[in-house]
Design a protein around this ligand. Structure first.
Ligand code: BDR
Ligand code: CA
Length: 323
């Protein structure tokens, strides 16, 4: 079993990732931690609680996290991608449950200690909560089984600037801090998530065969698919579709063999025209080491078996639907 925490800013593809994790028989979702990003953090928490209820796990712990980035001013929330409510403007009823009293960072540390080396954190929003957790407990990297991050891009152009992916640009200082710590870390960024598109036919399968969960994902994805259609960001297909970014990070937890990775010391440019850019010292340069000294190696996914990852996602939600 893989006990995991999803650190999230729901988000339509975050909802896909949460549904996938809940459905997968080898994953035990021990809680959600929330962060600003696609929506303000209070809304992210409300969405996380509402999703837990709608996906049939109303008691799932949800811990609220960072409201703002570590250093930079907050970016505007991308209402044009996920809708003003973060879930495609479906405007679900408010949840009845409330967040736990602990902060996201405290909850991650508590669960890492409790699970004694078994916990995986799947971070699918800006990395602020993990940077804060590191500050509270510098030993945290040695206490996790793995950290899987959806964020960044190496060869593929960015989705919010020519070089930056949204989660990394939302808090580049945090991303650089997190990639400077010695976790067993894997980055699942745009180099792979831009290769895998969910078409409307795929989403219709969920709608028709995956109960309430599938219906929710269909409804919430209408706005998101429209964004992708209007911008051509999921082009190359005959029909409308969207990226499943965050769900690909969950796929890595249970099926890492479907991904091809490189490895090397990683940095995220914090400021200026290149802010948010992920850079890997993949050639192992040893001169001019100033900015690379003592940076541990991170794994970064560069390719994936598209059909297998897509089927893993769809089949899991259809066959093991929680609701
Ligand atoms: C990432 O940014 C967010 O909009 C998505 O939820 C995903 O985590 C993709 O760049
Ligand atoms: Ca996200």
């Amino acid at each position: 079993m893989y006990p995991i925490i999803i650190d999230t800013d729901p988000g339509v593809d975050d909802a896909m990732a949460i549904a996938f994790a809940l459905a997968h028989p080898e994953i035990e979702l021990v809680g959600l931690t929330t962060v600003f990003g696609n929506v303000p953090v209070a809304r992210a928490t409300r969405n996380a609680l509402a999703l837990a209820e709608r996906f049939g796990v109303p008691g799932l712990p949800v811990a609220q996290g960072a409201k703002f980035p570590l250093v930079q001013s907050p970016l505007p929330h991308p209402e044009f991608v996920h809708g003003a409510d973060g879930l495609g403007n479906v405007n679900y009823d408010p949840p009845t449950a409330q967040a736990v009293a602990q902060s996201a960072a405290e909850f991650i540390i508590e669960q890492a200690n409790r699970l004694n080396g078994e916990l995986t954190v799947v971070a699918i929003g800006p990395l602020t909560n993990l940077a804060l957790a590191l500050k509270l407990d510098p030993e945290l990297p040695g206490k996790l089984r793995s950290l899987v991050i959806m964020g960044g891009t190496v060869d593929e152009p960015g989705n919010v600037s020519p070089v930056a992916e949204a989660n990394f640009l939302s808090d580049p200082h945090a991303a650089d801090v997190v990639l400077g710590a010695d976790w067993p870390v894997v980055v699942v960024g745009l180099d792979v998530t831009h290769k895998i598109i969910l078409t409307d036919s795929n989403l219709m399968q969920l709608r028709d065969k995956a109960g309430e969960t599938g219906k929710l994902l269909w409804d919430a994805s209408r706005f998101y698919v429209n964004y992708y259609s209007n911008t051509g960001a999921a082009s190359g297909h005959d029909e409308a579709g969207c990226c499943m970014h965050d769900a690909a990070a969950v796929a890595y937890v249970v099926a890492p063999e479907l991904f091809t990775c490189i490895s090397g010391p990683a940095r995220v440019i914090s400021e200026g025209v290149g802010a948010g850019q992920l850079t890997i010292n993949r050639k192992g340069y040893t001169y001019l080491l100033k900015h690379w000294e003592e940076r541990p190696a991170a794994k970064v996914c560069m390719d994936l078996e598209v059909e297998k990852v897509r089927s893993l996602f769809l089949d899991t939600i259809i066959q093991h639907k929680v609701r």
